[in-house]
Design a binder for this molecule. Sequence first.
Ligand SMILES: Nc1ncnc2c1ncn2[C@@H]1O[C@H](COP(=O)(O)OP(=O)(O)OP(=O)(O)O)[C@@H](O)[C@H]1O
Ligand SMILES: [Mg+2]
Length: 286
Amino acid sequence: MTSSSDVCRAPGTAPAAVAAAPARGAGLALRGAALGRPGAPALAGVDLDVAPGEILTVVGPSGCGKSTLLRTLAGLLPALDGTVEQDGLPLTAPAAERALVFQEDALLPWRTLRANVELPLAIAGLARAERRTQAEAWLRRVGLAEQARKLPHRVSGGQRQRAQLARALAAAPRAVLMDEPFGALDAQTRAGMQDLLVDVLRGTGATVVFVTHDVDEALFLGDRVALLGAGRLLGVREVPRPRDRAAHDDPARVALRRTVLESLGDRREPATAPSAPAGSSAPLKN
Ligand SMILES: Nc1ncnc2c1ncn2[C@@H]1O[C@H](COP(=O)(O)OP(=O)(O)OP(=O)(O)O)[C@@H](O)[C@H]1O
Ligand SMILES: [Mg+2]
């Protein structure tokens, strides 16, 4: 577990320093894990490895346990059975090195965007001048330099999500756990946020677990996509690369898109994509 002094020391706190010395991402693992509230497991028998630095997207129908999985990985909810580990050690409590980002606006409404981004840096023990410098650098990085002194209610929903992203990354987390963070945004703002996320993550080395209802978001962002349903992890599939929003007709992508849609209980054919080739419905592999 990283101490607050480690968080403070980590070079990834300043965007300028990220490329020079990437922080290593956390490796997360669940083994035979049952997750949920006592007496009401949402998921059972979960075996899952998230590799350091990978982006794992998680999809599944409403109520299947996506948020439960994230809360467990955050250390907020103990596993009912089995084990949850970070880098081979039991993960049992929340820590600054694992940042959480939610769909709902979690900024403190009485603090400016800059003061919000400064918060984890203050907790990490940075001196005022240093945390101001780093917070401003992160706000510039997410395109909010001009909004730094505004209160959250004076900026748009997309800008608030960008500020939340800046606040999450300012703490140089080794893992970022994101629960439908762009769910409330319009399509165009959302696509912009996806591009921004990929861009700002580059070089941080952070491991990302990203929950979404949106199949295209899952396939665009994820190195792999985990499918949840029927009280278990149905499988984990690798996403074809390169990351390309326009690659609708790539057969491997079409097949995976169909698999993901089916796991969501949606059997409609995608309107713009051609039908998948025979043999594309291979069983899911974990
Ligand atoms: N605070 C809670 N107390 C009791 N049960 C809960 C609580 N939160 C969630 N659950 C239950 O746990 C199960 C999984 O919920 P979870 O929130 O993880 O689903 P989800 O996949 O994130 O759904 P959604 O897509 O709607 O956000 C559901 O059956 C839900 O009713
Ligand atoms: Mg949820």
